[in-house]
Design a protein around this ligand. Structure first.
Ligand SMILES: [Fe+2]
Length: 989
């Protein structure tokens, strides 16, 4: 009403109010009707029943000041009176006013601006925007819906220069009192240019304002001759559709379904199905040919049909559209301007972190030399060579804001510091963080309870060989079970696992044959400690048996006992992280929350009218998915796209996704409770509000997720029960049944015969189906999407691409790598630069080239450390090594010691706080790590030689250089900028 006042002027509103409150008999009748009709047009979606009454309602009176000039009361006979009354009512004309809200575009190119001005000009001469009101009633004479006379949107030309985000236009209709309630409005755009119509509100009917939510692009009549149809915001089940709207309801759905032919124009609004036959680009190169996904060989959900012509080299493949050209999605599915910018910026961030290795390799033809270089991405940024930068910008068109930033900063590409390293730089190396991410990280949906140990593969031995049994034994884990036997641990729900064996194994031969890509099929076993936290206790790394005579096809890595096994363990965790990153992106995120929803969305637009209450419920949850999926086909999952380039699985990534769809995806298991029960993470518990008891009590994804699931379910149930008071209405709802049936039989055609599809015949069925879809599109997607940069932005935390397998000690490569390490990779041998030795080159995978040592953090408890008998004498696991930055220059030893003591003294005396936290926060301290990492054979404590398994106390024999420094004044004053001048402890190399 406020809006109406602003636009229509308060005078008119006031006059209407006066009229409505008049005491004349006729006006009293109008007042009664007005009150009645107000309820009929309630915008409360829970209030369908009054509207049903409106369907059978009769005349809706008007309240215009133009009303009733011809009203007379006849005193002749009853029939005559009736006839005259009809004629009188026919003769009653009144005006109502429409307020159309049109959203302006912020940015327009030259052509658009030109056309806009042209439209403003031609609008005055009749090429304008025309509205027509349609009643809910049918005219008994013509059997057609009653219509108003056409009305034109006024002042288009005058307002064409408005810079406001929204512009309101008015139009005035003349209707007669027999018109009934408005149920639809048609819009004809005679301009050249489309416009975005947000809503129309009609003022002037006795029922109060009538709202038409439009939120749609209205195309020019020259491109789309038929009138656009918009319905009021009042939902109707199909069987309850007012007679005046029935034909329109069907017609609009026909428009949206299209005829399945021809190439789609960007301005179309047609929703149709197709298979994924546009992933490859065989015309460019045979290497870029990709199979069709969707069909018997590679089952897949269907995508939105675009109807492009086939490629020259493969008639079954559709020609690609490359960025920056847009891929077709129905016009209203395209991003709004604001969303476009936000999405592009977010996509950039999510995508760029995966490009780090290839960018770096392109620029410097080598991998990162150390963690410091990775850190510099967040501090200084990466200066790209101009050519590389241009290439990248071509491949991944960036939003303007970033392009500007690039230009203004001469190609400096800087990343936000990912959350995983912003507070604790080495958290990602710790086992407790590794376990925490399995239940609260970006992929918390693969962990499952171990029900049988060792785990069993479900792969077909006839296809994948008989040697599918696990290499895990009781010996591998028995020492980590708090005194329980393995059987007891299983029976008391203390063993869990993340099992990627069956997902990856069928593809490993092909993946590992790719240049610079190596993967295992991993299984990680976790133990639930008495504290209620998980800790990883074994990682099984499997390869296909035929991977070579010298290569063991299975290997189990357990938590470290020394420096060498520490890095083997870290590398095994990195391979797990890589498996996890692939499954997260290709299966859980892309397949389950994007691709699998697309058929439900297509079917909803094709089969559920905008008038349908379930469409209104689903609509906000379906927004933008088609557009995002189209962009994904174009740049993410496409041949040579981001996923192929940056994930270990390379070109086989979508095949992994298709296999997961075929073998694992079940719609009835996509809801959170069902999924938790299937994975053994929860059991039914009627005493809980959500009906489940979690077996890992502190499982943040599930703790939070169940609250959200319950809230969604409650909302959906309340809504559904209002519209379907009895199940018969569900069974006989033609649109609802057509939607569900088409989603299954066409959209998920490769699973159409599956027995697990839920029925759709009761309220519970419908609540379950809708809750699952809403859950997947909202909370589940959020859980799998929004942590991508916080966790994946720091690539070492979950490297998407691994370059090398892990050599074991029997492998000749192990000795080679160890030799290389000893020659090149033990860094900073300066006194008191206390580094743990790195057992072999860390360029085993590209992202980990050279590094400082490991760290177990201050939160590691002494009792949890692995105790090794061969440690430095005096090591009692209650002390910590403190690693400090190298002192500037090359000061004498005593100065270094004094500096070290001074630093430690800053923390000592305040032991009421966790000491290691304190020490680590001190200036120049790099790490604090338990001294259990110092073992025989390693460089050990830089300050004292490590000879024959023992730290040698100060001895002239080993400290000649120090003695020299102590007596040589020149040496004291000398500044060494780069290399230490001593090569000490060669014996250890
Ligand atoms: Fe997403």
């Amino acid at each position: 009403m406020a809006l109406a006042k602003e636009i229509m002027g308060s005078r008119l509103i006031f006059e209407r109010s006066s009229l409505a409150s008049s005491s004349s008999p006729f006006q009293s009748r109008l007042s009664i009707k007005k009150r009645t009709q107000r309820t009929q047009f309630s915008i409360n979606p829970f209030d369908p029943r009054p509207m049903r009454a409106a369907v059978s309602g009769s005349v809706v009176a008007a309240i215009s000041e133009d009303l009733v000039k011809t009203l007379r009361i006849s005193t002749v006979g009853r029939n005559q009176e009736k006839k005259e009354k009809e004629e009188e009512e026919k003769a009653v004309k009144f005006k109502v006013r429409a307020v159309a809200t049109v959203r302006n575009k912020n940015k327009q190119d030259f052509k658009e601006t030109l056309v806009k001005h042209l439209d403003a000009f031609t609008d005055k001469i009749g090429r304008n925007v025309v509205l027509e009101l349609i009643s809910t009633q049918v005219d008994p004479k013509t059997n057609e819906p009653k219509k108003s006379k056409a009305a034109v949107l006024k002042d288009w030309s005058k307002k064409s220069n408005s810079k406001a985000e929204k512009v309101h236009y008015t139009a005035e209709f003349t209707v007669d009192s027999a018109f009934g309630s408005p149920g639809a409005i048609t819009v004809t755009n005679k301009h050249q240019k489309e416009f975005f119509l947000e809503s129309i509100t009609i003022e002037g009917f006795a029922c109060g304002p009538v709202h038409f939510p439009c939120n749609s692009w209205v195309q020019s009549q020259k491109d789309h001759p038929s009138k656009r149809i918009f319905f009021t915001n009042q939902p109707y089940l199909p069987s309850e559709t007012p007679s005046g709207l029935r034909t329109l309801r069907e017609k609009e759905l026909e428009n949206l379904r299209g005829n399945g032919e021809g190439e789609r124009k960007l301005s179309d609004r047609i929703y149709d199905y197709d298979v994924y036959n546009d992933i490859g680009n065989p015309d460019i190169s045979p290497e870029l040919a990709r199979p069709t996904f969707g069909g018997r060989e590679f089952p897949y959900p269907r995508r939105c049909r675009t109807g492009r012509s086939s490629t020259d080299t493969d008639l079954m493949s559709e020609r690609r559209v490359e960025k920056p050209l847009p891929m077709y999605v129905p016009r209203d599915e395209q991003f709004e301007e604001s969303k476009q910018d936000t999405f592009a910026a977010c996509r950039l961030k999510a995508v760029l972190h995966n490009l780090i290795p290839s960018l770096k390799a392109s620029i410097l033809a080598e991998d990162f030399a150390n963690f410091g270089e990775i850190d510099s991405l967040y501090k200084e940024g990466l200066l790209l060579k101009l050519g590389i930068q241009d290439d990248m910008f071509k491949k991944f068109p960036l939003p303007k804001i970033v392009t500007t930033l690039q230009k203004s900063s001469e190609g400096l590409l800087r990343y936000d510091t990912p959350k995983i390293v912003s507070k604790d730089k080495y958290a990602w190396l710790r086992d407790d963080e590794f376990a925490r991410q399995a239940i609260a990280g970006i992929n918390p949906v693969n962990i499952e309870r171990v029900t049988a140990y060792p785990p069993v593969s479900n792969l077909d031995p006839e296809i994948y060989g008989s040697d599918l049994h696990s290499a895990l034994t009781e010996d591998h884990i028995i020492g980590h079970l708090d005194g329980l036997s393995v059987q007891q641990a299983v029976e008391t729900n203390r063993l869990f696992m993340v099992d990627y064996h069956d997902i990856y194994l069928p593809f490993l031969d092909r993946i590992n044959a790719l240049d610079g890509r190596k993967a295992y099929a991993t299984r990680t076993i976790f133990f639930l400690t008495r504290l209620g936290t998980l800790k990883p206790i074994a990682i099984e790394l499997s390869l296909p048996p035929q991977s070579g005579p010298n290569r063991k096809s299975k290997r189990v890595v357990t938590p470290p006992v020394d420096a060498t096994s520490n890095w083997t363990w870290q590398l095994a965790k990195a391979h797990v992280g890589s498996n996890d990153a692939g499954v997260h992106q290709l299966v859980n995120h892309w397949l389950r929350t994007h691709a699998c929803l697309e058929p439900f969305i297509l079917a909803a637009h094709r089969q559920l009218s905008a008038l349908h209450p379930i469409f209104k419920l689903l609509d906000p949850h379906m927004r933008y998915t088609l557009e995002i999926n189209a962009v994904a086909r174009q740049t993410l999952v496409s041949a040579d796209g981001v996923i192929e380039s940056c994930f270990t699985a390379g070109q086989y990534g979508l095949e992994i996704s298709a296999a997961a769809y075929k073998n694992r995806w079940r719609f009835d298991m996509e809801g959170l409770p069902a999924d938790l029960i299937r994975r053994g993470m929860a059991v039914p518990d009627p005493t809980q509000p959500h009906g489940l008891k979690l077996l890992v009590e502190d499982y943040p994804y599930a703790n939070d997720g169940l609250l959200l699931w319950s809230a969604i379910q409650t909302w959906v149930r309340t809504y559904v029960e209002r519209y379907y008071p009895n199940p018969n209405l569900i069974r006989t709802d033609t649109e609802l049944q057509a939607w569900y049936s088409e989603s299954i039989n066409v959209g998920h055609a490769d699973h159409r015969d599956a027995e697990w599809w839920p029925e759709l015949s009761t309220v519970d069925d419908l609540v379950s189906v809708i809750t699952t879809i809403v859950w997947l599109a909202s909370a589940q997607h959020a859980a799998l999407n929004f942590g991508q940069y916080p966790y994946g932005g720091y690539v070492p935390n979950r490297p998407p691409l691994m370059r090398r397998l892990i050599p074991d000690e029997s492998d000749p490569e192990f000795a080679k790598r160890t030799y290389e390490l000893n020659q090149n990779q033990i860094i900073n041998r300066r006194p008191l630069n206390l580094t743990a030795a790195v057992p072999f080159r860390l360029s085993l995978f590209s992202l980990f080239s050279g590094s400082p040592g490991s760290v177990n953090s201050d939160v590691t408890r002494c009792s949890e450390l692995i105790r090794v008998p061969s440690l430095v004498e005096g090591c009692d696991y209650k002390h910590w090594l403190v690693l400090m930055k190298s002192p500037k220059g090359y000061p004498p030893r005593n100065d270094i010691v004094r500096g070290f003591i001074k630093t430690l003294a800053m923390a000592l005396g305040r032991v009421h706080e966790p000491l290691t936290y304190k020490i680590r926060s001190l200036p120049d301290v790099k790490w604090v790590l338990p001294d259990s990492f110092i073992v025989d054979g390693d460089s050990g404590y830089g300050g004292e030689p490590f000879i024959d398994g023992e730290v040698v106390p100060y001895d002239e024999k080993y400290h000649a250089d120090w003695l020299r420094d102590q007596t040589d004044d020149d040496a004291k004053n000398r500044v060494f900028k780069k290399k230490p001048r001593r090569k000490r402890k060669k014996k250890l190399n």
